[in-house]
Every structure is written in structure tokens, then in C-alpha cells.
Ligand binder design. Structure first.
Ligand SMILES: C[S@@+](CC[C@H](N)C(=O)[O-])C[C@H]1O[C@@H](n2cnc3c(N)ncnc32)[C@H](O)[C@@H]1O
Length: 217
């Protein structure tokens, strides 16, 4: 069994953190309940106890399938829409190694899809996607909304595509997002954020989708 198919890492972790990963069949069945959303390129998903990403990886795979079906013939379109797909996936886990594993897994998924389709890769795009995952998959406690070690509040970034080529970033406190939301999910997700009107920081400049890694502090 590979790491991603094992449901338990150790008895101690099950006792301490209830860490039992969901198996693939259940993940797929549950996501089929929201099939259209799980396949839509820009639908936002937040998993507050994401483990190593069993749900997030399946959502991302579905989004990539949509990107490839719709935009597989054009490299530049495929790249733009894949960035939107990655930017809409969010996760938090209280165990640092899980958050790290989840990030690496999603990055590898992106790399696999990218190399499968195109021989020449844009190194900047890869770094940009890696940066997005660093910002979106966080080590934190979903009950008190803080990093368990530093006690710093968790802040998520919302990424919105502008004119196809640019990305607008706005930062929100995780606590605020949860309190504003009826469900435990990011934004109100009709494509706007009507109920979320108090970002921590919203004055970021527009950045090209493959330059995210070198454009912020
Ligand atoms: C039952 S596992 C599920 C993991 C993943 N969602 C899945 O279905 O495979 C629960 C996960 O929640 C994490 N966890 C437990 N308490 C948490 C908390 N307060 N905040 C964030 N994550 C937490 C654990 O580290 C573990 O990875």
C-alpha cells in the first residue's frame, strides 16, 4: 500500500488526532454528491481537516479533467485555467507533516498533468503553482483558527482571475470566513464574495498568473 492509500499512519495518531484517512471509493462517492461543483474549474473547496489530501486531490483531478477537456488543445489556456483550478483548493491540518504531504501531493498531481500534456514546461508556472499551494494548504488548528505552535491566526488568500492573464489576491482571516459562512466553506461561491467584505489585506497589485511566487513580500 502506498502512503496515499493507507488509512492509518499509527495507532498513536489515531488516538491523538482521530487520524483515519478516507478511502478512495468513499471519497469519490461523496464528491459525486456535488459532482458539478467538484468538476467546475473555479469552484472553491476548503477542507478544515484535510489530512494528506484525499478529498482535495480528487477534487483537483476532476478540475484538471475539465481543464483538459475544454482547453487541452491550447497550452496557454491550459496553463491559465490550471492555475485557477489550483488556486481554488484550500486545506488546513493540525499536523504539520500532513499539510506538507498534502501540498507535495497536489503539486505532483499538477506536474503529472502538465508533463502528460506538454513537452515544454514553463518553470515560472511551476513555481507559481508551488507558491499557491504554500499559501492555500496550511498547518493550523481548525478549531481555534491558529497555527498550533506559533499561535498566529490563519489567513487565507482569495485568488480571482482578471482578464484571463492576471490574478487579484485578497487575504481573509480563517475565523472570519467560517463565522460568515453557513457551511464550513470558503466564500459564498457564486463567484462573488457578497457576505465577505472585510479582507485583512486587499490592496495587492494584479499579478500575472505565472509570477505569483515572486510578486509578494
Ligand atoms: C479523520 S482524518 C481525515 C483526513 C482527511 N480529511 C481524509 O478524509 O482523508 C482527520 C484529520 O484531521 C486532522 N485534525 C484533527 N484535529 C484537527 C484540528 N483541530 N484542526 C485541523 N485538523 C485537525 C488530523 O490531523 C487528521 O489529518
Amino acid at each position: 500500500m502506498t502512503n496515499t492509500t493507507k488509512q492509518v499512519k499509527s495507532k498513536q495518531r489515531v488516538t491523538d488526532h482521530g487520524e483515519v484517512f478516507t478511502n478512495e471509493r468513499e471519497v469519490k462517492a461523496m464528491l459525486d454528491l456535488v459532482k458539478l461543483e467538484s468538476e467546475r474549474i473555479d469552484s472553491r473547496f476548503l477542507e478544515p481537516a484535510c489530512g494528506t489530501g484525499n478529498f482535495l486531490a480528487e477534487v483537483l483531478q476532476r478540475k484538471f479533467n475539465t481543464v483538459s477537456q475544454k482547453y487541452g488543445k491550447s497550452k496557454i489556456e491550459w496553463e491559465r485555467y490550471s492555475v485557477i483550478a489550483v488556486s481554488s483548493i484550500y486545506g488546513v491540518d493540525i499536523l504539520e507533516d500532513n499539510a506538507r504531504e498534502c501540498r507535495v501531493r497536489l503539486l505532483n498531481l499538477f506536474k503529472e498533468e502538465y508533463t502528460k500534456r506538454f513537452k515544454q514546461q514553463d518553470e515560472d508556472l511551476l513555481k507559481s503553482v508551488e507558491y499557491l499551494l504554500q499559501r492555500n494548504i496550511l498547518w493550523g488548528d481548525a478549531l481555534d483558527f491558529k497555527n498550533p505552535e506559533t499561535r498566529v491566526s490563519i489567513v487565507f488568500s482569495e485568488w480571482s482571475a482578471v482578464n484571463g492573464t492576471y490574478v487579484q489576491r485578497r487575504d481573509y482571516r480563517f475565523k472570519f470566513l467560517v463565522e460568515q459562512s453557513h457551511q464550513f466553506s470558503l466564500f459564498n461561491d457564486e463567484g462573488d464574495h457578497a457576505s465577505i467584505d472585510e479582507p485583512v489585506k486587499a490592496d495587492y497589485s494584479l499579478v500575472k498568473y505565472n509570477q505569483l511566487h515572486c510578486s509578494y513580500e
